[in-house]
Write a protein of this length. Sequence first.
Length: 255
Amino acid sequence: MKMLGTILGNLSFMSNNILITGTSSGLGKYLKGYFNNSISISHANYSEELRQINNPIDLLIHCACDASHEINIYHEYIRNNLFYTLELCQNKPKHMIYISSAAVHFEENSNYKLTKLLAENIVKDTCDSYTIIRPSAILGPEMRPNSLVRIIDGNNTKLTLSEMSTFNYVLQKDIAEFINLCYNNKVIGTYEFVSNDIITLGSIARKFRKNPIFGEWKHKAPFINNQKTVDIFESINKSSWDVIDQFLESRKGKK
């Protein structure tokens, strides 16, 4: 299957009712700026805010999640990740975009992996028109600080991760354009949003001639086949190094 349609740009959404969750930071914040006139709701009071939306939702982009490693109150964790997703789906958006994670492919089990898989099933079972996107590590102007940026921007930076930790990188901009394409072409299904390869933190440090102090914990991003996504979105057909180069080039204009 060849690439579907044409990416129409965020102007195609000007007359539509778009709801985005998780807009305080990260990808959700980036998408809030990308899709003009979109609205957002808070994590803490989503039920009440959903009831105040009177018009049908044309596109719902669900980025919000509770990614806590240590869980103190389990019912809040379940509410924030699963009940929240279910209530959003029950509002019957014309198209649902769920931002899952490539972490569902990790060998080790975790609460985060489990809740992402359960939320995916909620979306599949309750939404007629949906796209589930599983991005790897995300780079962009609204990203949270990560090991890559700490390595590139500093020297002798102390990290918890080992130099053999592996990562796969994608861009916020590419995810936004893919969402645009999926909505305009009614793309339904689950898509691995990953680059063509994985690279180590050690190789990043060597390329940029940095000397971070690596830790012991090894993050292992598995290789994931992205051909299904490449078939409809050629922009993802690139390496993690390509993504890093494009990310750093975009940062130059910000300085």
